[in-house]
Design a binder for this molecule. Structure first.
Ligand SMILES: [Zn+2]
Length: 302
């Protein structure tokens, strides 16, 4: 089923998959459709697409729950579809996803997309396109400066990450969160959590949660603990998605992405400083710093 409602002059199309109680959102703002939803919702979404006016589609990333109806839109109306350059070739072939994802969302038929640049114009508004990898390498955010509206694709989803996909990366998610938190936004339109009035606070919460996790994992690894032991120590609960996804989702991907980043920085003689994010607010202006200190002899673990 879908529910359609308006927030901050954005039409929010909330798609609910009855079987798994999963949610995915499509947004319509100023004649620009953001994402196309899952194939499993095609009947209701096609009704929506037929009843509302829009002249371009921006895809937040290539995953099937966001691009599941893109081919239909291309065949029925020829509306331009735009995606980050890293997603272009991927969407030119039919999606090949594991069964559990097809059961949840359906699949993605091939379509042709055009590359997003750094800005995009909807009917009357200019939007900043911000590359925000971490969940997917082609994930983008859309930001409208004057109204402070921010669309984040799948970068946020929840404030406390406890299990993640094999293709995701904690350090990249952290870097993308810092990029977005440097912008003067308040509310967020997330593709799975919907409209978040307190979006800034939630993104900050996610940043702090992941920074703490990164610090703990890095500390244990530097002391010599094996990544699988770190995983067992930090994540003692079992999550149904781990089995359901045949481990495409797993707590251990959190640990391995942090350890991989640690080793890369170690080899570059750079040491990531935990909690070095400084968010300095000056009125509405937000400055943000991320620092890495160069290794100084005898001062660190390497
Ligand atoms: Zn996704």
């Amino acid at each position: 089923m879908i529910n359609v409602y308006e927030k901050d002059q954005v039409l929010c199309v909330e798609g609910i998959l009855e079987e798994t109680r999963s949610k995915v959102f499509v947004y319509l703002v100023d004649g620009m459709l953001i994402d196309t939803g899952a194939e499993k919702l095609q009947e209701e979404l096609q009704d929506f697409f037929n009843n509302y006016s829009f002249d371009q589609v921006v895809l937040t990333h290539h995953h099937e729950d966001h691009t599941g109806n893109a081919a239909w839109l291309q065949e029925n109306g020829g509306i331009p579809l735009l995606i980050h350059p890293l997603g272009i070739e991927r969407v030119e072939v039919d999606g090949e996803y594991p069964n559990y994802r097809k059961i949840t969302w359906g699949n993605r038929k091939a379509f042709r997309a055009q590359p997003l640049g750094e800005r995009i114009r909807s009917r009357t508004l200019d939007w900043q396109v911000i590359h925000t990898p971490g969940h997917a390498d082609d994930n983008i955010a859309l930001f409208h400066e004057a109204s402070g509206r921010l669309f984040t694709g799948d970068l946020f989803v929840s404030p406390k990450t406890r299990v993640m996909m094999k293709s995701e990366s904690v350090p990249l998610i952290l870097a993308s969160l810092r990029t977005l938190l440097a912008l003067p936004f308040q509310s967020v339109f997330c593709s799975h959590a919907g409209f978040l009035e307190n979006g800034r606070a939630l993104l900050e919460q996610k940043l702090i949660h992941l920074e703490n996790l990164q610090q703990t994992i890095t500390g244990l690894y530097a002391e010599g603990m094996h990544p699988s032991d770190i995983d067992r120590q930090l994540f003692q609960k079992t999550y149904p998605i781990v089995q359901f996804s045949n481990r495409e989702w797993d707590t251990r991907h959190i640990v391995s992405s942090v350890v991989a980043d640690y080793n890369i920085k170690k080899n570059r003689h750079l040491r990531p400083c935990a909690n070095t994010l400084g968010i300095l607010r000056r009125g509405t202006e937000i400055l943000l710093e991320q620092q890495f200190t160069a290794h100084s002899g005898g001062d660190g673990p390497f």
